[in-house]
Ligand binder design. Structure first.
Ligand code: RP5
Length: 308
């Protein structure tokens, strides 16, 4: 066999298969890393800002990072009128009298980002990921990071006999999670919510789940006990459709797992607060959720050795 024939028949197929299996991770895998300078947000670009007639200034993938020159960049400024005067919202900025303490705890308000110190330009904090096509606060209450907490409550999928169900292709057991349907964008999501000023994240996780997925159940003791042991999944930026150049969502996500399905796995789910629906949902790679919640859930599946 000539050298050329050897290369064509044997070496090229091997090289090609290696190339295919070691290709760069798909976009959704990148999303879970959410590293400034690497991750480019998607949900908060090139769209109409929710519940407004304000169109974001166009930002292409290669124009996201602040380090990339974009001389024509001229985003409209928008802060939703309904947040004015709310106790959960900051005062308008820039201001000659008000000076928030950026990048630290400002009284009861946590203005620290999980991604390190963010820049402050002309008196306003700058989105650590990059351009969103909109300045101002949009409908977010805080300038800079708006901290949320996301509880991913899971159990194993079981058949009518109570046996755990595995996926036929991967052989791995299938997880189910509690998902709510958000009333604002109608997307299914982890039942998370905002951390109140001075509130411990562990309290937010429990409170939001009880409000949105149980509609204030009378099983408070059981929920209290169940939420004692959480597995940390993610802390960082959320690719939320409300983000702007000066205000953005960050979250702390923990997984609470009902191994034998005897605790929260037994409770009747009732949608409450700003959730219009709630249900147990099978966890797998086809799951489409609000913001980058699917990436967070994928990490739960990986950590639990479950099917994805
Ligand atoms: C997402 O929005 C967070 O991950 C969290 O799930 C949620 C918090 O906002 P609200 O549901 O309180 O509007 O970005």
């Amino acid at each position: 066999m000539t050298n050329l024939k050897f290369v064509v028949l044997f070496l090229l197929p091997i090289l090609f298969s290696v190339h295919v299996s070691s290709k760069s991770p798909p976009v959704q895998m990148m999303a879970s890393m959410v590293k400034p300078g690497v991750f480019r947000h998607v949900m908060c670009r090139n769209s109409m800002y929710p519940r407004s007639g304000v169109l974001r200034f166009p930002v292409a993938d290669e124009q996201v990072f602040w380090s990339e020159p974009y001389a024509e960049y001229c985003p409209p400024s928008y802060t939703a009128p309904h947040i004015g005067g709310q106790v959960w919202a900051d005062e308008p900025l820039p201001s000659e009298t008000i000076q928030p303490k950026w990048n630290q705890n400002d009284g009861q308000v946590n203005r620290e980002s999980f991604h390190g110190a963010y820049e402050v330009r002309d008196g306003l904090p700058r989105n650590p990921i990059g351009r969103t096509g909109l300045s101002g606060r949009g409908s977010l209450g805080r300038w800079g990071p708006n901290h949320a907490a996301d509880p991913i409550v899971t159990r194993w999928k079981r058949d009518a006999n109570g046996q755990i169900v595995a996926n036929a292709a991967t052989g791995k057991n299938i997880l189910q999670m509690v998902a709510i349907q958000r009333s604002d964008n109608k997307l299914w999501a982890i039942p998370g919510g905002m951390v109140d000023p001075g509130e411990n994240v562990t309290v937010t996780l429990k409170r939001e789940f009880t409000e949105e997925a149980l509609n204030f159940t009378d099983k408070a003791n059981m929920v209290e006990k169940f939420f004692k042991e959480g597995l940390h999944i993610y802390s960082g930026y959320v690719d939320d459709f409300r983000n702007t150049d000066n205000a953005w969502m960050e979250t702390t996500a923990l997984n609470f797992h009902d191994e034998d399905g005897s605790q929260v796995g037994q409770l009747e789910l009732v949608a409450g607060d700003d959730a219009s629906n709630v249900r147990w949902t099978d966890v797998d790679g086809s799951l489409k959720l609000h913001a980058n919640h699917s990436d967070i859930v994928r990490d739960v599946a990986i950590k639990r050795g479950a099917h994805w």
